[in-house]
Design a protein around this ligand. Structure first.
Ligand code: EPU
Length: 420
């Protein structure tokens, strides 16, 4: 295993380019199961998670080839309907092969993904939506086994206790494209990644109205065809660099910055005294003076993203005063608190909120990455801290940030990999 060693306290300078969206790529790659025709997907980030999805597609019978950021997916022979525990358990995003497999093959056997460090993360909404389309479901041996002679369109409500679900919406929308009749999904996820998936499906011949809104209307078609499609930029990667620039008071240009998908972050930063501007995808960040504390609560899109909660908390650790950060999407996503406190932060958890009392400086320390976004938060905290930080279990970062150490080096950061 490798760790990322950071000599913090440098001001950074230069350009950093945001790659394709991981959370678009995963369902979009899964959606290619809906057709036998060739699909070419561009701007696919080379990440541990996207590689897992390509492995899963191969295990399901697709031929997959990746050159730079372009993935070509072909069908040779019969598809397999079983998504194995080994691949689904390493990445929850794998569960989004469920809808496409069932729609295409009329049967699917997909391992249940299980919990993870950011919370319990059930799949009841996925199952509810797929069942509403007329599938018979059974859980056996840790797998969901589904079959349907013909999926049938239905009007359904897909919200849960924590609001809409991104991947449940993806699964049901994908399944509904080949169902008979019209499906209406109320309380659909509005995330840009779901809109991106809808755009891909439309380009494959699907009939979808309402993309980007909480009501999706999908009229089933008999078949979908092949496609050449470019994935959107990763708003969470962009948001991470924006917060990094604010926290290190650096003059960085973030290219492919997807500003328009980050308005909740831009607004929170504005309240904190940080100006974020956009010039045709080149995003710049300017700290106006002393930072102000800001209370933030995460919500489904267009609310403040849970995937930027840890990074924003890192910024608030160096902001004078008290800020309160709550996560309404994953109320237990707070493992990073203990690690940030090891660096001298003053954060305490009270119920579903974290109370951050700003401190004048953070000091480098060995810390443990627990999940992808917590790791990113520890890296930006390490870059702003005085002295040496070691972020152990670097593989978490590789799930969602392509070449992060190389990109940071280009900005003048002193970061390097070492064996743990
Ligand atoms: N939920 C249910 N039942 C379900 C599904 C979800 O109760 O059947 C709950 C979850 O436990 C959570 C809330 O609903 O409290 C929202 O979860 P959602 O289903 O939207 O999450 P997801 O689709 O599994 C995606 C991203 C996550 C991101 C969340 C929220 C992918 C591959 N993953 O997960 O990304 O945090 O949406 O925006 O798209 C990450 O990239 O680091 C990451 C964790």
């Amino acid at each position: 295993m490798e760790k990322l060693v950071i000599e913090g306290g440098q001001t950074l300078k230069g350009e950093i380019t945001v790659g394709g969206s991981k959370n678009s790529a995963l369902p979009i790659l899964a959606a290619t199961l809906l057709t036998d025709e060739p699909c070419v997907i561009r701007n696919v980030p080379k990440l541990r998670d996207t590689m897992t999805m390509l492995k899963l597609l191969r295990s399901l019978g697709k031929t997959v080839d990746m050159v730079d950021d372009k993935v070509t997916i072909l069908t040779k022979g019969e598809l397999n309907h079983v998504a194995d525990y080994k691949l689904v358990s390493t990445m929850r995003g794998s569960f989004c092969v469920f809808g496409p497999l069932l729609a295409k093959l009329k049967k699917a056997k997909v391992s249940l993904p299980g919990g993870c460090v950011i919370g319990v993360r059930p799949v009841d909404l996925h199952l509810k939506g797929i069942e509403a389309l007329g599938a018979k479901l059974e859980i056996d041996g840790g797998y969901v086994i589904a079959s349907a002679r013909q999926l049938k369109g239905k009007h359904m409500y897909l919200g849960g206790a924590f609001g809409s679900s991104v991947l449940a919406t993806a699964n049901v929308m994908m399944a509904a494209t080949l169902a008979e009749g019209t499906t209406v999904i109320d309380s659909a996820a509005c995330e840009p990644e779901i809109e991106d998936l809808a755009n891909l499906l439309i380009a494959m011949g699907a009939k979808i109205e309402g993309k980007g809104t909480p009501r999706l209307v999908i009229t089933g078609v008999k078949t979908l065809h092949g496609v050449s499609y470019k994935i959107i930029s990763d708003r969470i990667e962009a948001g991470t660099y924006i917060i990094l620039a604010a926290m290190t008071k650096s003059n960085i240009v973030i290219k492919n910055g997807c500003y328009e998908h980050l308005m909740a972050l831009v607004d929170a930063l504005d309240q904190a005294g940080v100006q974020v501007t956009n010039d045709q995808g080149n995003v710049r960040v300017k700290v106006r003076g002393a930072l102000q504390p800001v209370n933030v609560t995460t919500f489904p899109y267009p609310g403040f993203p849970t995937d930027l909660q840890a990074q924003f908390m890192a910024l608030m650790t160096l902001t004078p005063g008290i800020s309160i950060i709550s996560d309404r999407v994953y109320p237990d996503r707070f493992i990073h608190i203990a690690e940030m406190n090891r660096m001298g932060a003053n954060i305490r958890r009270e119920g579903t909120a974290a109370i951050v009392q700003g401190v004048p400086i953070l000091k480098g320390a060995p810390v443990m990455a627990s999940d992808l976004r917590a790791s990113a938060a520890l890296v930006i905290a390490g870059l702003a801290a005085k002295g040496r930080t070691e972020v152990n279990r670097m593989y978490h970062l590789e799930r969602g940030y392509e070449n992060l150490d190389e990109k940071l080096k280009m900005l003048g950061a002193k970061v390097y990999r070492e064996k743990e």
